[in-house]
Design a protein around this ligand. Sequence first.
Ligand SMILES: Nc1nc2c(ncn2[C@@H]2O[C@H](COP(=O)(O)OP(=O)(O)OP(=O)(O)O)[C@@H](O)[C@H]2O)c(=O)[nH]1
Ligand SMILES: [Mg+2]
Length: 294
Amino acid sequence: MSGTHRSGYVAIVGRPNAGKSTLLNAILGTKLAIATHKAQTTRHRILGIHSDDDSQICFLDTPGVIEPRYRLQEVMMGTVRAATADADLILHLVDVRYPDDAVPVRDTLLNAGKAVILGLNKTDAAEPDTIARAETRLTDGARYAAVHRLSARTGEGVPELLALLKTRLLPGPAFYPKDQLSEHPERFFVAELVREQIFLQYQEEIPYSCAVEILEYKEGEDIDHIMADIIVARDSQKGILIGKKGSALKKLGTAARAQIEAFIDKRVHLQLFVKVRDNWRDKDAHLRGFGYME
Ligand SMILES: Nc1nc2c(ncn2[C@@H]2O[C@H](COP(=O)(O)OP(=O)(O)OP(=O)(O)O)[C@@H](O)[C@H]2O)c(=O)[nH]1
Ligand SMILES: [Mg+2]
């Protein structure tokens, strides 16, 4: 054990698909946050806690920064602002192949008056000169506290990133027990895993029109019984979700169940229902009900 104990909150902020949730999972060595190839996968602020003997870093994974077009997206951007405000340190994560996209987020973050570290992610998918160009493009005249290259997918550069973040945190005690990874209840992760499968299995506007609500979570001796609603925003989406003779919903349920079983390390009986709540994405009462708003 060495010297002073350090602790603090690090908000991971960036455009959709930058790899924020993938990075959180790589840091924690477990799949805590859902991550897909589709933009706007993350809708909440997700706490992931990394502890070792002499530090505790509390990461806040956040929704990708966009120009909001409907109320849910506005609320998501409020979540990003709140996480940024709460954090001691900001990690601006960028897909190294698209530095131009990251410029508006960079300018907002650097104006927030906090230390911002630039994480150039996806180095496994880019040539060295692309990476160098991205670094120049983003750091030219910008006051980042530090710059770090990494690949959340391969894990290259991730231990070094942790070491870098650690040096930037102030001395302080652990906020959570050292074996704790997060603070959301199990049903939150279960709902997220269902939502992840919706992102993977359906096209176009469907993933963006769905919310998942756990209706019942009954723990059994060797199998848990879970009932969940998938909420859609329009009647026509219900049929798409269910598919011919229920085939699409069945496929979704099978895939989600496998993910949930891996997550809780227990057998699961999962029942999914589809409900319509007209334009739920624009209604605060629903956004609150589904846990997107306080
Ligand atoms: N090649 C490569 N792909 C990556 C890397 N990190 C993430 N990805 C991929 O990029 C896509 C988006 O990853 P996410 O982790 O969901 O991105 P995000 O920033 O959380 O996205 P939102 O939640 O939509 O804001 C997924 O297909 C990941 O597998 C990386 O280091 N290299
Ligand atoms: Mg994400």
